[in-house]
Design a protein around this ligand. Sequence first.
Ligand code: FAD
Length: 587
Amino acid sequence: MSNINIDSIKERTFDAIVIGSGISGGWSAKELTEKGLKTLVLERGKDVKHVVDYPTTNMYPYEFEHRGEVPLAIQEAAPIVNRCYAFREDAMHFFVKDNEHPYVQEKPFDWIRGYQVGGKSLLWARQTQRWSDYDFEGPARDGFAVDWPIRYKDLAPWYSYVEKFAGISGNRDGLKELPDGEFLPAYPLNAVEDYFKGVLQKKYRGRHVISARCAHLSKPNPIHIEQGRVQCQNRVLCQRGCPFGGYFSSNASTLPWAQKTGNLTLRPFSVAHSIIYDEEKGKAIGVKVIDANTKEEIDYFAKIIFVNAAALNTNLILLNSTSNRFPNGLGNDSGLLGKYVAFHNYSARISAEYDGMKEYKTDGRNPAGGGYIPRFRNVHKQETDFIRGYAAGFSAYRSPNRDMSGLGVDLKEQLLNAKPGPWRVGSHMMAETIPKESNYVALDSDKKDAWGIPLLKIAVDYDENDAKMKADYIEQMTEMFTTAGFTNIQANTAGQAPGLDIHEMGGVRMGRDPKTSLLNKWNQLHHCKNVFVTDGACMTSTSTQNPSLTYMAFSARAVDFAVNEMKKITCKKICWGTSPYIAALLP
Ligand SMILES: Cc1cc2nc3c(=O)[nH]c(=O)nc-3n(C[C@H](O)[C@H](O)[C@H](O)COP(=O)(O)OP(=O)(O)OC[C@H]3O[C@@H](n4cnc5c(N)ncnc54)[C@H](O)[C@@H]3O)c2cc1C
């Protein structure tokens, strides 16, 4: 009997465990397995195999029962995810069902989640920009949160590393505030986007429209072909899952790569309940899992654990990992776990028309989505009555003037002969928010989910700085649009609850001082060194850039550090008895 137990424990023991298989977990898994570690990836949702599990990917509009619309009954049953622009008939199976995964909104918060192998990497809009020192130095310069324990130079080689593998399209724009990367050819701006770029260049110092940088294979390199991915076909049906692997997802890229090493064990339907802490060993030894289907409780063991469940779920897992040593959550000596949560403020947009350039139209689809205006406020000096700033999207398009009257052949003729309508332009704000102690997540003391895990309580809100920034965005964009000769300018500040930007961050922030942060500069819990957090939970501040590229870079960098540390320990053990010379070289 005891042998059976030992065998069973052996089967459940790995070198490393990764919780979550989305963008950050996929990267952790790839790096760990490539470096030879037997790695278990725990994923709470169903398996989604590249190509075969993309049921809608090749469907024509008329093949959808509701022609792409989400039926009212489903909308009503899913009021939160229904607010996400990508929750459409072709991709709704990749979003969680609100009623199956409740949480407590102490303040309104739209928590958009994708629980499956690949996580939200299937659904994301693929916008990818590096941070610069203006971002990493932000909290120290402007006096909020805590100083980041790293600077741009620490992450730069890791940005390069992940960009080359993921495939990022973009131009080398030479902007200090938005460092260039290892780019595949950019998707060009269309005529009016390019015109607006020219207007800013002439009339505004330090304001730029650049081609959006995005995780698409505009021209694949051999490393992408080796992954089984080919050139993006500009179908712009990405949210369905791409059979070409034209955009980066864990499913198309990092997970199959990890699988090929022979070192990956992927366990879908595995809800990580908590991390098991061994009081005697003074370290984490594994993860308690609830099988999503059978509700059976199973423990898995490993030397190191990467928590990549996406920012808020990572907070939840750590808060739920209590022991005598850590009664308030793993590594939480500072009492700050779950606090200083922040997000991006996407609650303002602006649109207009342009009467010129009628001789041009758009040609084909642009998977990058158009232009990107890097942050220009308060970059070099404080110039407004709010701190930090916003980036903005910018795109222009011409829809055909469609006459939908008539039937049959007449209607078809009309549609075929439709002429392009006026140019329309649009922009959305992507603003930094300031992490505050009062913006927090915690475990609800009464309510539990279907797997017996406490519900997450979310208390996150906008503040006065956000309101001022939003007003400034509308003012500045209105001025720039007017300067460009755009007309019929419409501002939309109706707003949305925090969360809908889907860039939630913080709660397990990095920092130099264990008293004011949870993670050190290697994304390692200060007080439980074999646990690493490399998803959005680690973010000390948010800046304005889309965050996922930074999570990828953090994941690869932290794995490199962790594996080097493990090698040192192993070498030390082997070397002490045999070669004091080698041992003496060890730290
Ligand atoms: C419509 C949309 C557009 C977006 N556009 C962009 C963009 O343009 N650029 C950008 O940078 N970001 C974008 N994002 C955000 C981006 O998707 C996330 O930043 C990114 O996926 C985060 O990676 P992650 O690994 O932290 O989380 P995820 O990719 O969400 O993966 C987390 C995984 O952990 C699993 N998990 C959670 N809890 C547990 C548990 N207890 N046990 C086991 N597994 C668990 C989940 O099921 C999931 O698979 C967008 C998101 C959406 C939905």
